[in-house]
Ligand binder design. Structure first.
Ligand code: ZN
Length: 238
């Protein structure tokens, strides 16, 4: 956390969720310039993508230095990912994966695809630092979030594009409460308030009710995890 990259540009995988919003602030704290990339793949929580502009505007307002650093915001359309994860053909597979302890929200290889597209875009833009919110602590069921996977992909991307990429995963060993803590360190209450109100986590894409931890259905696994993390964070911060 002490290393700085004051002269380089980072590309942040930015979905508009809590984790990627915290990663964006982390990158703004460390890099001279920050670009973002989001993916549209027919996800139910497409509302996440609408949250991005509000979060970016909010971060610009929090710190003029951050405002000066925020560069282009990219969106890539990859509908093929939903074609793979939603066909009747793969539903049987999804049930088997459930028996293996993986939730059926798992989209096989999703983060491998995201990071590969991000690296391809980064290459074109002369960027080697890529930041993602992958985390082992709360999502250990997702093999493409694991540190070993990210390190292996880092090697593969660097070899395959003949470029020294560095994949940064600042949340890898943090639980949700610690992720709120990191946001608090980076931007204080202004940032935790912004993320709470405008970041989106709910799998069902629900924005109806505002809970103390933000908007969401309050019942899906993503909402439960977010609510639990927020309450733990508040308990330790009080
Ligand atoms: Zn939910």
């Amino acid at each position: 956390m002490t290393e700085t990259h004051s002269i380089s540009t980072a590309l942040v995988l930015f979905s508009g969720g809590q984790d990627s919003a915290t990663c964006l602030a982390w990158a703004l704290d460390r890099f001279a310039r920050v670009e973002t990339i989001g993916f549209a793949y027919g996800q139910r929580h497409a509302v996440e993508l609408d949250s991005r502009a509000k979060l970016i505007d909010g971060m610009k307002a929090i710190d003029p230095a951050w405002a000066a650093k925020i560069g282009d915001s990219h969106t890539l359309d990859i509908p093929t990912l939903s074609a793979i994860s939603e066909t009747a053909l793969t539903r049987d597979v999804a049930i088997e994966m459930g028996a293996d302890g993986l939730p059926n929200t798992f989209v096989p290889g999703r983060n491998l695809v995201f990071l590969t597209f991000a690296a391809a875009l980064a290459y074109r833009r002369g960027i080697t630092d890529i930041v993602g919110g992958m985390c082992e602590t709360d999502y250990s069921g997702y093999p493409d979030c694991r540190d070993d996977t990210i390190k292996a992909l880092n090697s593969a991307l660097s070899l395959g594009m003949a470029k020294d990429f560095m994949l940064h995963t600042p949340l890898m060993w943090l639980d949700k409460a610690a992720t709120w803590g990191l946001a608090d360190q980076l931007g204080g209450e202004a940032l935790t308030d912004l993320i709470r109100e405008h970041s989106h986590t709910c799998y069902l894409g629900e924005r109806g009710a505002l809970h103390d931890w933000g908007y969401g259905c309050g019942k899906c696994p993503a909402c439960e995890l977010r609510a639990k993390g927020w309450r733990e964070f508040r308990a330790t911060a009080a």
